[in-house]
Write a protein that binds this ligand. Sequence first.
Ligand code: PLP
Length: 334
Amino acid sequence: MNLARFPRIRLGHMPTPLEPMDNLSKHLGGPRLWIKRDDATGLATGGNKTRKLEYLMAEALQQGADIVITQGATQSNHARQTAAAAAKLGLGCHILLEDRTGNTETAYTQGGNVLLDLLHGAEISRFAGGTDMAAAMEARAAELKNAGRKPYIIPGGGSNPVGALGYVNAALELVNQASEMGLRIDRVVHATGSAGTQAGLVAGLVGLNSGIPVLGIGVRAPRPQQEANVLGLAQRTAAHLGLPEGTVRAEHVVANCDYVGQGYGIPTEGMVEAIKLLAEKEGILLDPVYSGKGMAGLIDLIRKGQFGPDENIVFIHTGGAVGLFAYPDIFGAN
Ligand SMILES: *Cc1c(COP(=O)(O)O)cnc(C)c1O
């Protein structure tokens, strides 16, 4: 795999640390838990979208764009990182936010990520839940073109074969780190949503013949749909990389969607417990929408005895802690 032939702009602090979580491992009674700190990518409090934006923004500049358009849920971490990247590169940024949760609290509609979107100078417009957001982005792009601008559309979550290259790069980084540390990784676990993170990791780890399986914990779609989304994007990413057809197969894609609860962005008991546990045992902040539910899944599977005591499990912390401030009530604060 020759990633260097794809245009990339450095936006993040990489490599991100790969650290043991000894207190949590002890608390749960094994396996050996590790955390890959992609919450520490740096840009506007960090997160997984920064890796994708390194490739997406490079393509936008290559195409001569002067404004980027993207979309996400109200508390989108992707929107916030895109707004910051656009600010750094001197591009305009228009963000389309979809009300996916129906949460009308001011903290949710104005705080957390929304506060940072605005601080980075992005223009925001809001849409009802269920809107065809891809079509809304196209319509916005057409308006901007008519006004003489050069828009570049970034799909929700930055999840297309260009953005997924960021997680192919993360797979390379992780395998190199593990080999330097003499660490045998038995499984990688992370929260999966728009699928680009898992697709890039799978394409990268399979393309490298690493033998490391990936377990996605879903936060929105049911399992068949999530696995189909990840597999389709992983295969398109592999093709973009020039890997032989048939390299990425259905058996490489596993998404456990048992921890979504009532829906995307809606709190669950497991998520609240996971966030408290990581905060209290490891001094690490997870987020309520993605990494909290991802960790809730991992904790539950550990309790169900799904992993051997000597296995090394790497949880990828995909960021999002800014979203905690959009949910001030769920931790029993007063
Ligand atoms: C977007 C996001 C994810 C999910 O990544 P996808 O590539 O969309 O599947 C996980 N965690 C956080 C904090 C995110 O913002």
